[in-house]
Structures are given as C-alpha cells and as structure tokens.
Ligand binder design. Sequence first.
Ligand SMILES: Nc1ncnc2c1ncn2[C@@H]1O[C@H](COP(=O)(O)OP(=O)(O)OP(=O)(O)O)[C@@H](O)[C@H]1O
Length: 265
Amino acid sequence: MRLAFESVSLTLSGRPVLSGVDFTLDAGEQAALIGPSGAGKTSLLMLANTVLRPDAGTVTIGSANPWALSRGELKALRGSIGTVYQHPPLPARQRVVQAVSAGRLARQSRLAALASLISPRDVEGVEAALARVGIADKLWSHCDALSGGQLQRVGVARALYQAPSLLLADEPVSALDPRLAEHTVQLLADDAKSRGATLLMSLHSVELALAHFPRLIGVRAGRIAFDLPREAVGDALLAELYAGEEGSADLSPIAAPLLPRGERC
Ligand SMILES: Nc1ncnc2c1ncn2[C@@H]1O[C@H](COP(=O)(O)OP(=O)(O)OP(=O)(O)O)[C@@H](O)[C@H]1O
C-alpha cells in the first residue's frame, strides 16, 4: 500500500511538531525513520496510521485521503494499517491471546469482534504468531504479568497476525536485547517483504536501520533532514542529524544512537 506525505504540517497543543514533510513510499517499499529524540518520528507515524490528522498538507494512504473518507471507509482503511507501538497500549488484565486476536478486529463485524474478544476463535493462528517472536508459552498470560520486552513482542505478534498492507513500527525493539532486536527487525522486514506490504519503522539504532533498510529518512526538528538510500548515509550526515544530542560529542555518530534510550536521557 502506497503512503505519501505532501507538505504535511502538524501542531500539537499549539506547538509546531512537524512542518513541510514530503516523502512517498511505494507499495512494498521499506524505510527506516531515524533522528534525535523529540524530532517528530512518532508524530509522523501517528499521521500515517490516521491517529493524528494533519493541520496542513495531505497524507495519502493507498489512493485515499483518510480524512475525506466516510466512517465506514476509514474503518476499513484502518484495518489494513498495522502499528507496532514502543509501549503497546494493552489493557493490563487482557490475556495475550485476546491482545493478539485484536489485530484483526477492524476487519470483523462489530458482533464478531465482540465475540472474538470474549472467546478468541483462532487460538492456533494466534499461537503461531506468538511462536514467531518466541513467546508462544505466554498465550494465556495476562498482559500485566509480562516484562516490557515480552509486551513489545506481543505487539509485534499482533501486527504479524493482522498482516496489514501498511506496517508502521515505532521503536518496536527498544526493550529487547541486541540479539532479539536484530531478529525482530529482520522478522518484520521479511514478513512485510513476503506479503508485498509497505514498512516504515522508526529506530534509535542507526546500526539496525542501516543493516535492515534500503532507505533511511532522517528527521530533525520536525522536518525531513534527508531521505536517501543507505549507501548514501555517511558519518557526516549522521553527525549533523544527531548534532547537539547529549553525549554525542563523546561518541561516534553511529554509536550514539545505539545506546538504549534511558542511557541517553
Ligand atoms: N501531545 C503533545 N502535545 C504537545 N507536544 C507534543 C505532544 N506529543 C509530542 N509532542 C512534541 O512533539 C515533538 C515530537 O515528538 P515525537 O514523539 O513525535 O518525537 P520522536 O522523534 O518520536 O521522539 P522519541 O525518539 O523521543 O520518541 C516533541 O518535541 C514532543 O515534545
């Protein structure tokens, strides 16, 4: 599914967050969003999944402007967009099987969705998605009994189960150890590729972005700083992108974003 931003601007609580954002991902294309904390990566992803509405400019998903659609059409469009959140918004007492099943809710009638929330119908399918992220044993656990990393993997399994045409991921591996992070980014990239889905993923790790994505979009202070094939993203460009980040003076431009979020704040 194609995703296009044209001169998109966003203001939140009276504060300009994004301005003049232009880029296009063709159907099946994959790109990583990188940039310093507070640059606007999450906001951009929330515009792409229609959680936020732009103040100016146009977001086009497939061939549709979501904000020109009827309620029913918008619901259908949202069903074809999957988002992996850094902190998956899962109710504490919900069971993992229900959380993952919910990935397909938007595609069901209201009645079927309600019934499946109470008693998931495709337990095998959900278990298979959980197995892909290594936590099939958590199928019947409550979400509040999981670690942060396990919760992130539930969020990934939910997106895999949904199999959306446009997959958006916001720091989906920030709570995972390096080996699991590597595996999970590869899993999402392979899954999107095998289905011809479009993938846009924000990452603090420039190393992961360079290793797994053919195209990198750098965001700084609410603007696109660069949008280039990975071969063209060198140290000087990265140093400029992350200039002023705490600790960046002591670290190579590549190493700085590799540090876990908490250690950079
Ligand atoms: N609801 C809000 N009201 C006002 N400002 C907001 C709101 N949400 C985010 N912002 C601001 O918008 C800017 C962009 O935030 P955003 O979360 O999109 O950045 P980010 O690049 O994803 O950051 P990080 O890498 O730390 O997650 C930040 O300066 C943030 O403080």
